[in-house]
Design a protein around this ligand. Structure first.
Ligand code: PLP
Length: 444
């Protein structure tokens, strides 16, 4: 539909045009004029169409901030994004730790296409034997410690968090949930209850009762975990705090405390999973095995998918009293599972060559990112937070980077830190270009 101003200008132009009549047969001139008119309107329409996409986005797509990036991306490939004007961006965000194998990896696209030929959604989760779910669950559990052998697929990371909290209550018959300050676990009410920042929680109270927020990486915190605690939920490395790993000693003491008190240790690997830290799973750095892991983001290879994974004995508590203790319609969608499995196979190929490249790429980034304006760098694998003196400085650098074709942003609980979590397939040349841009944006 044309908008009002287009209709008005069309009417006006039609009025001033000299249309042929039997008395005034000036057809050739008018046809020429009409051609010009159509071209003008055509050009106007396409300009309006482009403007309207943005206007429609702001008007009809629910907004989460008053200042969305609002880039209009028309294609994504590997480590690059392309906008409507054909401008190219090096993607240092990777959809927030999603595109670990790069955007639209050919193996992932092929797996999606193959699954499209077979079936999409056919039945609510857990009732039918769906090959993509079964095979992906097998691949995941083959690459996890023996006690993490049963996969519950969800649609998102937050839903994995929700399911795992329910599982902990069911398994332990306890209600208290321990989580940590500056942790992010999702935006649904249960996940929101355990995230570690009152600014984000406060407006939505009442939230889940019996939640204890403790200091991460603090030995004093461990004293609060006891026989009333159903589970401790911790990020293996705190992501939105600005890439903050705990000490190995603390993680192992946390594991011991959970074992001693019969508390489930749930590690949120939603950002640390799938090679981000230089090993397939983040917890491998700490020589321990959690009772439950939470997966999302890169799990779906670019499609929506989450999961919580535990021992079958624990997971079976969902089958009885009540039966259907946790259900979802779309969780583990066959196309998402096919895509995720293909992406994971890419990561595992050639003895995990992509994951093994993480350390060298991290080193290259760190060697290049030296500038007086950079106060500190926090990094764990191909995952870097560049710390500036304030959010204002960071925002200026981010805006300039985006204008110069390098896509980055800030962290939820570390607004003065610039995010680098690119596809693990990023090339050395792309790293060099991206770092040169960041440094020149720091300069100006
Ligand atoms: N856990 C962590 C560590 C996350 O970073 C996120 C999302 O950013 C979530 C959980 C929630 O995942 P989702 O946004 O898929 O619900």
């Amino acid at each position: 539909m044309r908008n009002n101003s287009q209709v008005r200008s069309l009417t006006f132009l039609l009025l001033i045009f000299d249309f042929p009549t039997p008395d005034s047969p000036t057809l050739p001139t008018n046809i020429l004029n009409l051609c010009v008119l159509c071209t003008v309107i055509g050009q106007q329409s396409s300009v309006n169409f482009l403007m309207n996409q943005r206007e429609l986005f702001l008007k009809h797509v629910a907004q989460t901030s008053t200042t969305p990036l609002a880039l209009e991306i028309v294609k994504a490939e590997g480590c690059k994004l392309y906008d409507t004007a054909g401008k190219e961006y090096i993607d240092l965000i990777g959809g927030i730790s999603v595109a670990n194998t790069g955007h639209r990896h050919p193996e992932v696209i092929a797996a999606i296409q193959q699954q499209l030929e077979a079936y999409l959604h056919i039945m609510v989760y857990g009732e039918f034997v769906e090959a993509p779910q079964v095979q992906y669950a097998k691949l995941l559990t083959d690459n996890l410690p023996a006690s993490l052998n049963s996969v519950y697929f969800t649609n998102s990371g937050a839903e994995a968090v929700e399911g795992a909290m329910k599982l902990a209550k069911r398994v332990t018959n306890r209600t208290q949930i321990v989580s940590f300050n500056n942790s992010y676990h999702g935006s649904t009410q249960g996940a929101l209850s355990i995230i570690g920042d009152e600014y984000w929680r406060n407006a939505f109270r009442p939230l889940l009762p019996d939640v204890l927020h403790l200091e991460y990486n603090s030995f004093d915190s461990l004293g609060f975990i006891n026989e009333n605690t159903a589970c401790v939920i911790a990020e293996t490395v705190q992501a939105e705090a600005g890439v903050k790993p705990p000490s190995k000693e603390w993680m192992q003491a946390l594991r011991k405390k959970c074992t001693a008190t019969g508390t489930l240790l749930i590690l949120d690997e939603i950002q640390t999973g799938f090679g981000r830290t230089g090993t397939l799973w983040g917890f491998q750095h700490f020589d321990l095995v959690p009772d439950v892991i939470l997966l999302g983001k890169a799990l779906g290879g670019g499609m929506p998918l989450g999961a919580f994974i535990a021992d079958k004995n624990l997971m079976d508590t969902f089958t009885d009293n009540p039966v259907l203790g946790h259900i979802t319609t779309f969780g583990g969608h066959p196309v998402s599972c096919a895509a995720g499995m293909a992406a994971m196979k890419v990561l595992l190929a050639d003895e995990q060559a992509i994951i093994k490249s993480v350390a060298a790429k991290q080193k290259l980034f760190l060697s290049l990112l030296v500038h007086p304006k950079i106060k500190a760098i926090h990094s764990f694998g191909l995952w870097i937070a560049i710390e500036f003196d304030s959010f204002e400085t960071n925002k200026k650098v981010i805006d300039k980077c985006i204008a110069a074709g390098v896509l980055t942003d800030w962290f939820l609980f570390a607004a003065n830190c610039l995010r680098i979590s690119p596809p693990l397939t990023i090339l050395d040349d792309e790293i060099k270009v991206a770092c040169a841009v960041i440094l020149s944006c720091c300069d100006s």
